[in-house]
Design a protein around this ligand. Sequence first.
Ligand code: DOR
Length: 443
Amino acid sequence: MPAAFDLIVKNGTVVNQDGIGHADIGVTNGQIEAIGDLGHRDAGEVIDATGLHILPGVIDSQVHFREPGMEHKEDLASGSRAAVMGGVTAVFEMPNTKPLTTTADALADKIDRATGRMFCDFAFYFGATAENTADLPDAERLPGSAGIKMFMGSSTGDLLVDKTEHVRKVLASGRRRVAVHSEEEDRLIERMPLRRAGDPSSHPEWRDVEAAVLCTRRLIALARETNRRVHVLHISTGDEIPILAANKDLITSEATPHHLTLCAEDYARLGTYIQMNPPVRDASHRDRIWAGIADGTIDVLGSDHAPHTREEKDKPYPDSPSGMTGVQTLVPIMLDHVNAGRLSLERFVDLTSHGPNRIFNIARKGRIAAGYDADFTVVDLKARREITDGWIESKPGWTPYHGKTVTGWPRGTIIRGRRMMWDDEIIGEAGGAPVQFSEGWTG
Ligand code: DOR
């Protein structure tokens, strides 16, 4: 008798480095053991994926889950429920919590809180400040550390490293890729009077294209000087695309579904609910970010899931906070773009699995290959579904896409061989574990 697997996912269409094709996947001890025709083999559990596509687990490398300190907006449990409902198998969470994740103790506390409560796997960014640069080389190698995050422009929370001497010091401290919020703080302060009370469409006038471009140029110059790899988060301008493309040896970048789907016209309909930093801009920028998806300049998609309550978002601009939910809608919104022909399914997988694996050196995640974690995002490319606020697991219970019908839907989320979500129901236990990295902590 051939040895049994713990799990076989059979009859699905697998999308991986080998292309797109029919294959069964055999899983043992949470890892992929075999890929091929496994119909004759025994397994403890068999999932029939006829008619479905099996993607490597979607990794969302930018979310804000607000715990500790702002649990009225979200917590690690609720945020991770939203992730698995949306087909996301692992998240990298941001350090602008209260307290900030700027000490080893704060990072260890997040891991403690996550263990036994998060439904997906996780890593936490460590926030850089002007004062903690001496700690960064150790901090980026701690268990569960996704590396260093630096805010060069002020956003939600108190993290800011804007002065050139401090940015240089952060970049000179450590080795792993540094994730950066790139908006020029001096310019943001200078242009504050351009905000019009009650008019969120003035948000992109305040935080303008130049603020992003100037900061990205300064950042790249400093990255080159210190020979440090940098990841520019949530690209919002078309102008940055050629700059990023000219620096691919050191610089990687992220696009969000929001900046690829929404545009300035949507402020009239959605108001402060699409206010975010950096802002959603006019359609010409959206189109040029799409060009960066098409030509390979953009490396990953991250949702920048940044939940705020309705009550907070309903405050008149500019008292309203910036950010919107997104971890649960990343997969359906982007599959809808796949169906509309804006990107291929392979490029989607490149952006959400292979891309994070490559740029963050994730151990054993991001590919469907023997020896990798059995993390799968199971999707129905043909399903036509309406996204509604009622479906949203995130605490604030709203999405800017409420009422939008999409083609393509996450049908299942499997993490290390365990089924976490199936057909819009969370069926697994909260068994999330820290993501490991080949150049950081590997357990
Ligand atoms: O819009 C945003 N909201 N952008 C950020 O950089 C932070 C985020 C938040 O934490 O609310």
